[in-house]
Design a protein around this ligand. Structure first.
Ligand code: SF4
Ligand code: SF4
Length: 672
């Protein structure tokens, strides 16, 4: 050792430089808008343990995941050794040998074992990056170089640590002692160099990942949170949504620091997969790049060399086409190992486009107009809402309130279920199952309006809040507590996002409700043989990824069709591919790349199943269109239709739906 003096000087300089950089980055982050992230501390701790420490999402990728997790866990264990080494630089005789002997042995042995494991993992990761070169890791040259620098630094740390361990075991003095000192200094300098490289590297996530996971939304690991609440009448605020980084929340900016550039999000993105100009990884990297470009100028740390304050995140970094390509499917959020909210940025930029600049695809204009005039995305008025129920003996809430009839649920039909020719068959099927099971239910009928979800997804928050508050007022007027929906978008919106506006209801999706009725033996089913033997089920994003409802639809199929086998496509459950209708894409053209619904339907058809089942009228339309366009005869049915087709004879004789191949392209796809 050279004595503690030189090391203390180096240590103070290195830590001082590191903390100055950390302060700078925190200052940049504070340019973001306030956002509350201290709610549900227990959920946050669970997320930290499950996603952060246990690396659950990293491990979704078997090989690379195990290697990354090995490096992460290795680093956690080796941190104890790092502390010991740094303290030895200050007090040369320091050692953890004061620990009880078994614990100390465990500590020293674990250091060696984990150093070997990390070294092996780094070797594999280098091989993968340089030789295998998976598509999702192909970034810019700077990113590649950065990754190689970091992996080399980690390898250097492990090698010097193992060398020291070896020398300690061998003992020795003189030349051996000098070599040990040189190795110690190399190791210590590598630690301090690594620490100070991080703020300039994409591997800043080494520091920010765990805090980022703790501060992520609290709807659960991998699940997208509710869309950010928005005050439309804030005092002195002239910006709605976001056009630049300072309009985003501080959490969006922390997300930028935390991105590992692993590309898992982009590899799962249906827009990207089908050739659209959207990459969620790029969205997050753009936020970071723009923040690092603009923040020093805003904070007076540097002069604008020209142009920085003239352009903005929107348009200069992220284009309109990227934003409108998003289906809000949540696959990016599901895959991100550090719980970044890519979708949150897209939503805020969409809000700015619509609310501040009235910039949106032309085909969306009639949707907004119809929502304003008719309370529906299509040009059907309230008078047409309950035509599907003619002759079915279904009461309205007004009738039930008038004669004080008790109800189990309000059946919220939704716009697709009310107006779309194909979807109305699902609505009838649900109603018949409820009747057969003796459920006491009513509909709003002509009082129902769009709950506002399409407007919100399309960035029109003003219109959304108008529609949503009107619906909440109607529901509260009837004292509604339990809502049954047949559309996952209504299910999510009313059950999750309405809370921001004071609407609190127990909302249940029809597949979950029907499965419960079947399990309780309340649905009289036919004893006759028949029905499909093989069905491929498509997971709706807003039912599956958003709310974890995967088993109930499959179980309902098995209960209604005892001999059925549910065939899973390669992308299924929380890895399921979107149908292409979410995020308001239902009402937009798809001129670039291949069609998302074709991509999805092709893999469902490839299972060889006799039929495709879905649980969302939007999915039904998208899959039905693509299945019909494929020229095949495989039908697409909602779970409710399949269950209703198995109702016992005589239970609902007049309307038990016949299950026949799906019709051609359905109506109600445009806003006209
Ligand atoms: S929400 Fe879906 S479509 Fe949008 S960026 Fe994420 S993965 Fe892509
Ligand atoms: S946002 Fe998440 S999944 Fe996407 S590249 Fe960054 S770390 Fe990976």
């Amino acid at each position: 050792m050279l004595g503690s003096g030189p090391f203390i000087v180096v240590l103070v300089l290195a830590l001082g430089f590191f903390f100055a950089n950390a302060r700078r980055l925190v200052g940049y982050m504070q340019l973001g808008q306030p956002e509350e992230r201290t709610d549900h501390p227990l959920v946050r701790v669970r997320n930290l343990i499950v996603v952060g420490l246990a690396q659950r999402k990293i491990l979704r990728d078997p090989w690379a995941g195990v290697m990354h997790a090995a490096v992460f866990w290795g680093f956690l264990v080796l941190t104890a050794g790092t502390i010991e080494i740094v303290l030895q630089g200050i007090v040369p005789t320091f050692s953890f040998s004061f620990l009880p002997a078994p614990l100390y042995v465990l500590y020293t042995e674990s250091q060696t074992a984990f150093a070997v494991a990390v070294l092996a993992a780094v070797g594999w990761l280098l091989y993968r990056r340089l030789v295998i070169r998976p598509q999702r890791l192909q970034g810019d040259a700077v990113g590649q170089r950065d990754a190689l620098v970091i992996l080399s630094l980690i390898a250097g740390l492990m090698l010097t640590l193992l060398l020291m361990k070896g020398m300690d075991a061998a003992g020795g003095a003189g030349a051996a002692g000098l070599a040990r000192t040189a190795t110690w200094w190399t190791h210590a300098l590598l630690i301090l160099g690594f620490l100070n490289y991080l703020p300039y590297s994409k591997h800043l996530h080494v520091i920010t990942a765990l805090p980022n996971v703790y501060l992520s939304n609290t709807s659960g690991p991998g699940l997208p949170g509710a869309m950010r609440a928005m005050d439309l009448e804030p005092e002195g605020v002239e910006e709605f949504g976001a056009a630049d980084v300072e309009h985003l929340s501080w959490k969006n900016l922390l997300d930028g620091y935390s991105c590992t550039e692993c590309g898992r999000c982009t590899a799962a993105c249906p827009a990207n997969i089908t050739g659209k100009p959207l990459s969620p990884r790029k969205i997050v990297m753009d936020v970071r790049e723009r923040l690092l470009e603009k923040a020093p100028v805003l904070l007076g740390e540097s002069e604008d060399p020209g142009g920085i304050l003239e352009h903005q995140l929107l348009d200069h970094f992220i284009t309109e086409d990227e934003l409108w390509a998003c289906t809000s499917c949540g696959a990016c959020l599901q895959e991100c190992p550090v719980s970044i909210d890519q979708l949150g940025v897209i939503n805020e930029l969409r809000r700015h486009l619509v609310l501040m600049e009235s910039r949106f695809p032309p085909e969306v204009q009639p949707v907004f107009q119809s929502l304003e005039r008719n309370g529906s995305p299509w040009s059907f008025g309230p008078a047409d809402r309950a035509l599907w129920a003619d002759g079915l003996d279904i009461p309205t809430m007004a009738e039930c309130a008038a004669d004080g009839r008790p109800l189990d649920v309000l059946f919220w039909v939704g716009c697709m279920g009310s107006f779309d020719a194909r979807a109305k068959r699902i609505t009838v099927a649900v109603a018949r199952i409820l009747q057969a099971a003796g459920v006491r239910f009513a509909i709003l009928g002509q009082e129902e309006r769009c709950n506002g979800d399409p407007a919100r997804r399309l960035g029109n928050e003003y219109l959304y809040q108008t529609l949503a508050t009107a619906t909440i007022s109607t529901l509260n007027g009837y004292g509604v507590t339990t809502v049954l929906t047949l559309c996952p978008h209504c299910f999510h919106q009313m059950g999750t996002e309405y809370a921001q506006l004071g609407g609190h209801y127990d909302v249940i999706h029809h597949t979950t409700y029907i499965e419960r009725l079947l399990a309780e033996g309340r649905v009289p089913l036919s004893d006759a043989a028949g029905g499909f033997e093989t069905i491929s089920y498509h997971d709706s994003c807003y039912l599956g990824r958003y709310h974890g409802v995967y088993d109930a639809p499959r179980q309902a199929l098995r209960r209604a069709l005892p001999v059925v086998t549910v065939l899973e496509p390669p992308r299924t459950r929380d890895r399921g591919l979107c149908c292409g209708a979410g995020g308001g894409r239902m009402w937009m053209e798809e001129p670039t790349g291949t069609r998302v619904n074709v991509e999805r339907t092709t893999e469902l058809l490839a299972t060889g199943a006799e039929a495709i089942a879905s649980a969302c009228p939007f999915c039904m339309t998208m899959l039905g269109d693509a299945a019909a366009a494929s020229g095949g005869t495989v039908p697409v049915y909602d779970i409710a239709e399949i269950v209703a087709s198995r109702l016992a004879p005589g239970v609902t004789p007049s309307v038990t739906p016949s299950v026949t191949p799906a019709a051609g392209p359905t109506t109600a796809r445009t806003g006209s």
